[in-house]
Design a binder for this molecule. Structure first.
Ligand SMILES: Cc1cc2nc3c(=O)[nH]c(=O)nc-3n(C[C@H](O)[C@H](O)[C@H](O)COP(=O)(O)OP(=O)(O)OC[C@H]3O[C@@H](n4cnc5c(N)ncnc54)[C@H](O)[C@@H]3O)c2cc1C
Length: 391
């Protein structure tokens, strides 16, 4: 099998890249180890930056998002029983975010790919990337019980944190920057209308809580829990009781309860693999970097990477110059590190750690108080949350 761009992974990064290349007249093959249903139902991110929305729309994948996505013009910070709204458009010259689940982004892109795009093979597991430094890199993969080889001009590893592409980088080249956290998020999906019309980020001495939503009738809620928590240890009632305590306010705001349909624990990690390119192998999305979800950046970074790659490849085709492909890693990493910084800042400001002292708690409250009282500090948060500019 032969193609111009071999794409490993049909998460948001791989699927959007295939779409962008198709629109530019460049052929690709996508290899995905899981089946279609698994990819379409894996609960993950839900906040799209303005730039991500613009890219999906321009790629012809925005029709349902425009119909069903919820535009959000702010978030609420909740601490010391007080509420503070951050007004995105007012602070950023008009920018906002859109609530539209990653599952739906993937469904839309898969439908387009199967209808108009190149091959998208489910249950096709990449086993190794070979000859990345050569003119003809190859992906060895297994599909329908047989081993096969995909020969490519370029390979893009969009295969997430546990993927295989990164292992093709020589140890002498790769540098890893990593931080783990002593807590995780217990996430639940509940069939109940969101109790607030914007996301609520709550810092409480008992731990962080987040109120989010998937649609006008489905709430997505999270609780900070110890890193080794088993979701099944939490009864539905215990989840609601704890959410209620952490979202408590001095006014008459109330949390509505409803049937919980899904419960899972998400670990928290910061991770960057440098460089993001080795020869003709490029890494994109979670294959190269992970952020804790507090800043809602994971999916948006993945989109930034594949847009950068697609533009660079088109540039090379149009001008003959590989300069943008050569700059791929450095270009992506500038944005990645800003997102790492923001995600770390949000996480450390809102999560009381197990070893924290009363001094640490006061510092968190002081940081939140600063945002609530300074337009400059608030603007910094709003700019980062709605998205860093693309180069
Ligand atoms: C449980 C969880 C919750 C999250 N919640 C949030 C959130 O609330 N907000 C937020 O912004 N971000 C969140 N994220 C992060 C966000 O979902 C990711 O950043 C995003 O999915 C990255 O997209 P991707 O395409 O790079 O990787 P993925 O979505 O991980 O896609 C990688 C794909 O590659 C496939 N694959 C792996 N190995 C192989 C192989 N060898 N061969 C072929 N295919 C392979 C996988 O099956 C997968 O489909 C969450 C992540 C997780 C894990």
């Amino acid at each position: 099998m032969r193609t111009t761009v071999g794409i490993i992974g049909a998460g948001p990064a791989g699927l959007l890249l295939a779409r962008l290349l198709h629109n530019a007249g460049i052929d690709s093959v996508v290899l995905e180890s899981r089946d279609r249903s698994y990819v379409e139902h894996r609960q993950r991110a839900g906040i799209l930056e303005q730039g991500t929305v613009d890219v999906l729309r321009a790629a012809g994948a925005g029709e349902r998002m425009d119909r069903e996505g919820l535009r959000h013009d702010g978030i609420e910070l909740r601490f010391a029983r007080q509420r503070h709204r951050v007004d995105f458009p007012g602070l950023t010259g008009g920018r906002s975010v859109t609530v539209y689940a990653q599952t739906e982004v993937c469904k839309d892109l898969i439908a387009l790919q199967l209808k108009e795009g190149g091959p998208l093979l489910f249950e096709a597991e990449a086993l190794a990337v070979e000859d990345a430094e050569s003119e003809r890199p190859r992906v060895r993969f297994r599909h329908e019980g047989r081993e096969d080889v995909l020969e490519c001009d370029h390979v893009v590893g969009c295969d997430g944190f546990w993927g295989v592409a990164r292992t093709a980088f020589p140890e002498s080249l790769a540098r890893v920057f990593e931080r783990t956290y002593p807590y995780a998020w217990l996430g639940v999906l509940a069939d109940v209308a969101p109790s607030h019309d914007e996301l609520v980020y709550a810092r409480h001495d008992r731990g962080f809580a987040l109120l989010s939503m998937r649609s006008p009738s489905v709430s997505r809620l999270y609780l900070q829990v110890p890193a080794d928590t088993d979701a099944e240890d939490w009864t539905d009632e215990a989840v609601w009781d704890e959410l209620e305590r952490r979202f408590e306010t001095a006014d008459d705001w109330r949390l509505e309860r409803g049937p919980i349909t899904q419960k899972s624990v998400t670990p928290m990690r910061s991770y960057v693999h440098e460089p993001m390119r080795h020869g003709r192998l490029f890494l994109a999305g979670d294959a190269a970097h992970i952020v804790p979800p507090t800043g809602a950046k994971g999916l948006n970074l993945a989109v930034g990477d594949v847009v950068t790659f697609a533009r660079a490849l088109v540039h090379e085709r149009e001008t003959g110059s590989p300069e943008l492909l050569d700059a791929y890693s450095a270009t992506c990493l500038r944005r990645v590190w800003q997102a790492e910084r923001f995600s770390y800042d949000m996480t450390s400001m809102l999560h009381p750690g197990p070893g924290d002292s009363p001094f640490d708690a006061r510092l968190q409250l002081a940081r939140l108080g600063r945002i609530a009282s300074s337009r400059a500090a608030e603007t910094d948060l709003a700019e980062a949350y709605t998205g860093f500019p693309w180069e």
